[in-house]
Write a protein that binds this ligand. Structure first.
Ligand SMILES: *Cc1c(COP(=O)(O)O)cnc(C)c1O
Length: 380
């Protein structure tokens, strides 16, 4: 029996020799953290690659969420989604903010903008949506609502590394210009965790619109230090070190090839699954440049003839490790389930997605045989 283990993801690793030579430089410079040369260079290269005006590196993808809320002085209540990784809601909790869960779109899993207004109270100060699986939220509609009520918008864009959208109204001189979805809202956060499309082992970033905000964020991630003896705010320590910045520079050179390899896997999955009744998957959205970070399928147990968990454990028994992202919903965890907005009746679409999803293995090293083996347990 073929028992090679297939994991849901596999980290993109830089060439060890190249990494070693950058480590050599770090050793020689004796500058190992605190805005060193590789940190500066990675910020510069990422801002060009991602097409964003300003970016600040972090030591993981959770601290930029916490820091963005601090920087914007967000208090009271924040409208957010239960269909995400727990860090989204935890960042609110760590700031003493009450999360208010709003249901998601039944197809995309992104916050449903039409349900936001009903959840706004006099205490609401911001909206924190997530571009789930890297599919862009309805950015325009969310901004309209935010503007109408004077709310801030902080996107958890942990899944949206490199995702771009085609300018819907190009001027006569520019045809089809692509722009980053990371410039939506007031700020967007990224995660460079080992499991993500682009990783620095652990790492993350915050994307902002102006130099002043970047400066403030850079103070906040370094205890609030604005100079040798001046502390301008109660900051935290969430800086990225030189080793991981150097590793990140090397990974940036190969991330396009990794995304293309993922795209090829997505093509094979879609081709094989398109006629399987009871399985829904997500297609590319016209006008969006995707990153193929995840490949979720949603099981309709009646039509498919097997429950999600039956399929999940059947795959697992064959050493094929999908993941039930996002199950259970954040709103069901002990910390949050007592909230009024966490009631299951308030979140029917999110519950339906959480109860039917499996993310299939998706990474740059899946071979044709791997994909065939995975599909052989799903396609009947
Ligand atoms: C991965 C992830 C995070 C947290 O990132 P870390 O780098 O692991 O701290 C936050 N939000 C979402 C949606 C994520 O998937």
């Amino acid at each position: 029996m073929d028992t090679k283990r297939i994991t849901v993801t596999s980290p993109l690793l830089p060439d060890l020799k190249e990494f070693h030579s950058l480590l050599q430089e770090i050793w020689e410079s004796k500058w190992i953290t605190n805005n060193g040369q590789f940190h500066k260079q990675l910020e510069k290269e990422l801002s060009a690659y991602l097409k964003v005006p300003y970016i600040s590196l972090f030591t993981n993808g959770t601290l930029p969420l916490i820091t963005a809320l601090q920087a914007l002085h967000i208090t009271g209540e924040v409208i957010t989604t239960p269909y995400s990784f727990v860090a989204t809601t935890h960042s609110l909790w760590w700031n003493g903010i009450k999360p208010v869960f709003v249901d998601v779109d039944p197809l995309t899993g992104n916050l449903d903008p039409e349900k936001i207004e009903a959840a706004i109270t006099p205490r609401t100060t911001a909206i924190m949506p997530v571009h789930v699986y890297g599919n862009p939220c309805d950015i325009q509609r969310i901004q309209e609502i935010a503007d109408k009520y004077g709310l801030r918008v902080i996107y958890d864009a942990a899944h949206a590394f490199g995702v771009e959208s085609l300018n819907p109204n190009p001027s006569p001189t520019e045809e089809g210009t692509w722009s980053s979805i990371l410039t939506a809202g007031d700020m967007s956060t990224l995660s460079f965790h080992a499991t993500k499309v682009y990783n620095t082992i652990e790492g993350g970033a915050l994307v902002m619109h102006d130099e002043q905000t970047k400066k403030r964020i850079d103070y906040l991630k370094n205890f609030g230090f604005a100079g040798e003896t001046e502390v301008v705010a109660p900051g935290i320590n969430s800086k990225m070190d030189e080793m991981r910045a150097a590793y990140g520079l090397l990974n940036l050179r190969q991330v396009d090839a990794a995304i293309e390899a993922r795209r090829q896997v997505a093509i094979k999955y879609r081709e094989a699954l398109k006629d399987v009744s009871g399985i829904r998957f997500m297609n590319d959205i016209p006008g969006v440049k995707h990153n193929y970070s995840y490949f979720p399928i949603f099981i309709d147990e009646t039509a498919y003839g097997m429950t999600r968990d039956e399929l999940y454990f059947k795959m697992k028994s064959q050493n094929i490790l999908g993941r039930r992202y996002f199950y259970p919903l954040i709103s069901t965890f002990a910390t949050y389930r007592g909230l009024d907005s966490a009631r299951p009746e308030n979140l029917p679409n999110a519950h339906k997605l959480a109860d039917s999803v499996i993310c299939l293995p998706m990474h740059h090293e899946l071979s044709e045989e791997d994909v065939e083996r995975i599909l052989s347990f799903i396609v009947k």
